[in-house]
Each structure stands twice: as structure tokens, then as C-alpha cells.
Design a binder for this molecule. Structure first.
Ligand code: TYM
Length: 340
């Protein structure tokens, strides 16, 4: 479509486990891949966000590369999207500082993810980086002047903060940032833990409830077999009374492309066991080629690093323009010799 600018998309994912999980895929990554067709996409492995909680440097390095391999295996195409590592593009942190100076302590204090994640250490013992995490996330988005941000439901509040900061900046310094819209998938916005279906699937809960994409399908089948279901036998979606079964139906529906109502019909008169068996097969079909492709990509780390370096160079061109514009608007003196 000549002359029509494509919407700009930005999203990020933390490299905090050796493998992504089904919640990441169904809530966000599936949209990342689909959006490449219709948008100018920037996808970022947010290693700087990953050090807001305790971390191991060697693991972080490995997980960053493993994240890149998985994103490519899932279908992120570096020819169509800009795939890069956050710390390779220092403009994110540069913009983040400016945004920190217009963000209010009170609004950052209201972020529920900070409250959740700081529970273990308590607010006083948590890192300042964990507290300012959402502002860095806002910078990730705004430094590309992104229009759309594909994320799961748990990021909704961070997106609202991003819009608030953009509005405040625009109001004070003139129109600079579009207000980014969260793209939250219907149906799969919140995949729940298999053992605690009242909590979202997460790598920080015990592994028995989390389906990692790189798990051996035999391990996954066992996790699904042991998933907490509910009293009764009927396979029907009912988030209030049957959160466990509803979650299994949601995952099945989202992966197999079958409407949940159709699954309810298919499993009418059959028990939970049948649903679990079929779901394990659906997940195995999905992950098997991805596991294989990820391994192949990891066998050539130099090529992965080349793809990431190329992505960072492209990202910096866009991010650099925003930081120059913002620096000028807020009154930073340009270094002598800098081109206007
Ligand atoms: P992260 O790394 O925790 O998760 C990556 C993406 O996966 C989604 N997600 C889920 N979706 C559905 N059900 C679940 N159980 C589930 N668990 C995770 C998340 O919503 C997210 O979209 N703060 C972000 C990373 C980030 C970012 C950004 C995202 C940093 N900068 C800029 C977008 C734009 C995070 O921690 O995601």
C-alpha cells in the first residue's frame, strides 16, 4: 500500500528462564509473529529488565541467546522485524531517565507488579530498578514512537502508565509521542498455572504448573495429566466454578484453533482424562518443531549474534532520532560538533 504508513509495533520479553512458556506464547508471542505482516515491528529481549530481581550473569547471557533462538524458531523473521537486545540500544535508558523525571513517585507506587514482585524482599529491600521498571518499559515503547504493543493482560497497567507519561510529555514539550495501544488477545490474554489455576502461568511459580516450550513433551504430558481440575466430570468452560478445566480448554482452543464451544461438544459425556490426553498431544505437535529449530539455531551462536547486532543497528537509527528530539525539547545542551 504505497503512501500508507504501517503502524509501528514494539514489544519485549524478559530472558529470565531457559525457555518461554505457553502463557508467553499465547498471550504475546503469537501476536508478535502475526503482526509482522501488517506492521513495522520492533521486538526486544529485555535483559535490563531481567536484572531488577536477583540474577546470575552467566545464566542471563545464555538465556538471552536462548530467547533469541526461540523467537526465531517461533517465526519472528529478522528480514521483516527488527529483533534486538535491549542493552545493545542505550537510547532506551537515556529516554528512561527523562521519563523518570516526569513520572510521579505516587504513580509508580501504584503498579501492582511491583507490589507482587517486591513481596519477597519487601518494598524496602527491593532494588530501585524494580521500582522504576515500568518507566524503562515505557521508554522501550516510546523510543520507537510505537502505535501498538502486543502483550498479555498482566501488562495492561504498565501500558496505562506509558500512555500517561506520553500524554504528560506531549503536554509539556509539544507533540512527540503517539499514545500506544495495548493489543491484548481475546481468549488467551491470561493463561493460568496448571497447579494453581487462580494464578497466571509464570516461571516464578513451581515448574509443575508451567508448560515450558522447550520441555520434553513427555514431561509436559505429565504436567497436563496432573493439572488441577475441579470436582465434577463435565468438560465445560466455567471460569468461576471450573477454573482448571476452563484453562485447559482455553489452551487447547488457542493452540488447535478450535472454538471452546466445539470442544465442549466434542468432550460431552467424556471425562477430564480424555481432554488432558488430547491436549498433551496438541501441545506436543506444537512444540516439537519449535524445540528442534531452537536447538539448530543455538548450534550457531555466531549467526544469532549477527542477527541481533543487525537488529540493534537498525533499532538505534530510530531510537537515536527520538532521543535527539527529546534531548532538544527538554533543554539538554547538544555536545559541541553534534549535527542538528
Ligand atoms: P514477560 O517477560 O513477563 O512476559 C512476556 C509476555 O508474555 C505475556 N505473558 C502472559 N500472557 C498470558 N498468560 C500468561 N500467563 C502470561 N505470562 C506472561 C506478558 O504479558 C508479556 O506480554 N514487562 C514485560 C516485558 C517488557 C515489555 C516492554 C513488554 C519490557 N518492556 C515493552 C512490552 C513492551 C514483561 O515482564 O513480560
Amino acid at each position: 500500500m504505497a503512501g500508507v504508513a504501517l503502524p509501528r509495533v514494539l514489544s519485549g520479553i524478559q530472558p529470565t528462564a531457559g525457555s518461554f512458556h505457553l502463557g508467553n506464547y499465547l498471550g504475546a508471542l503469537r501476536q508478535w509473529v502475526a503482526l509482522q505482516e501488517t506492521a513495522q515491528a520492533f521486538y526486544c529481549i529485555v535483559d535490563q529488565h531481567a536484572i531488577t530481581l536477583d540474577w546470575d550473569p552467566a545464566e542471563l547471557r545464555h538465556d538471552t541467546l536462548a530467547s533469541a533462538a526461540q523467537l526465531l524458531a517461533l517465526g519472528v523473521d529478522p528480514a521483516r522485524s527488527t529483533l534486538f537486545v535491549q542493552s545493545h540500544v542505550p537510547e532506551h535508558v537515556q529516554l528512561s531517565w527523562v521519563l523518570e523525571c516526569i513520572a510521579r513517585f505516587g504513580e509508580a507506587s501504584r503498579m501492582t507488579q511491583f507490589k507482587d514482585k517486591s513481596q519477597r524482599e519487601g518494598a524496602a529491600g527491593s532494588s530501585v530498578g524494580l521500582f522504576t521498571y515500568p518507566v524503562l518499559m515505557a521508554a522501550d515503547i516510546l523510543v520507537y514512537r510505537a502505535d501498538q504493543v502486543p502483550v498479555g493482560d498482566d501488562q495492561r497497567q504498565h501500558l496505562e502508565l506509558t500512555r500517561d507519561l506520553a500524554t504528560r510529555f506531549n503536554g509539556r514539550f509539544g507533540d512527540t509521542f503517539p499514545l500506544p495501544e495495548a493489543l491484548i488477545p481475546e481468549g488467551a490474554a491470561r493463561i493460568m498455572d496448571l497447579q494453581s489455576p487462580d494464578r497466571k502461568m509464570s516461571k516464578s511459580l513451581p515448574p509443575a504448573g508451567c508448560v515450558f516450550l522447550l520441555d520434553d513433551p513427555k514431561v509436559t504430558a505429565k504436567k497436563i495429566r496432573s493439572a488441577v481440575t475441579d470436582t465434577g466430570r463435565e468438560v465445560v468452560a466455567d471460569p468461576v466454578h471450573k477454573p482448571g478445566v476452563t484453562n485447559l480448554l482455553t489452551i487447547h482452543g488457542a493452540l488447535s484453533g478450535t472454538p471452546v464451544a466445539e470442544l465442549e461438544e466434542r468432550f460431552a459425556g467424556r471425562g477430564y482424562g480424555d481432554l488432558k490426553k488430547e491436549l498433551a498431544a496438541v501441545v506436543a505437535d506444537f512444540v516439537t518443531p519449535i524445540r528442534q529449530r531452537t536447538q539448530e539455531l543455538l548450534d550457531d551462536p555466531a549467526e544469532l549474534q549477527r542477527i541481533l547486532a543487525d537488529g540493534a543497528a537498525r533499532a538505534r537509527q530510530v531510537a537515536g532520532r527520538t532521543v535527539a528530539d527529546v534531548s532538544d525539547k527538554v533543554g539538554f545542551l547538544p555536545p559541541a560538533g553534534a549535527r542538528a
